[in-house]
Design a protein around this ligand. Sequence first.
Ligand code: DGU
Ligand code: CA
Ligand code: CA
Ligand code: CA
Length: 194
Amino acid sequence: PTATGSVKLADTQQVTNFDGGMKSYYGIGDGGQSESQDPMFEVANGGTIQNVIIDAPAGDGIHCLGSCTIRNVWWNDVGEDAATFMSSSSSATYLVDGGGAKSGSDKVFQHNGAGKVTIKNFQVHSSGKLYRACGNCSSSYQRHVVMDGVTARSTKVLAGINTNWGDTARFSRITVYGSAVICEKYKGVPKGSE
Ligand code: DGU
Ligand code: CA
Ligand code: CA
Ligand code: CA
């Protein structure tokens, strides 16, 4: 989509319900893969972020501290990752509806907390993994992902899950251009016990 304007962020924006009006936001971190970068947006439990374009440098993307909705958000050049889902509650739900992500050199959506991530009506381009359930977080939660209406181009893996922790992944209406592994199964190893 075409941006209606552009906003350089000086620091992380803490939001509950945020509508970006299709402006482009950028300016956190260095655009690389360092794990210590700040997020651009931190969304409170129950919050929604929508109609946002994210350009480089995009830091650690969007953090959802609890359940959240990410609607019609477009990453033109994913930073360390695009969004991280962080609730400690097994009943947390995170919804990504519409939008797309390009050039995630490694992961796009990073699920470090508990609960269920739904990704629907989403496009991913030139990326590593669209979704990864954390393989070495200190909490070995059960994590669930549902993908419905996802189109992938030049992307290696749709979902990486830890089957030894009881993770699940469900897929419907998936379109792949080129080739992709739909579900890569890993064995999670909690941090500190490697
Ligand atoms: O090696 O510990 O990539 O939150 C990997 C790290 C990792 C997290 C994750 C994230 O699991 O840093 O971005
Ligand atoms: Ca990472
Ligand atoms: Ca990364
Ligand atoms: Ca990250």
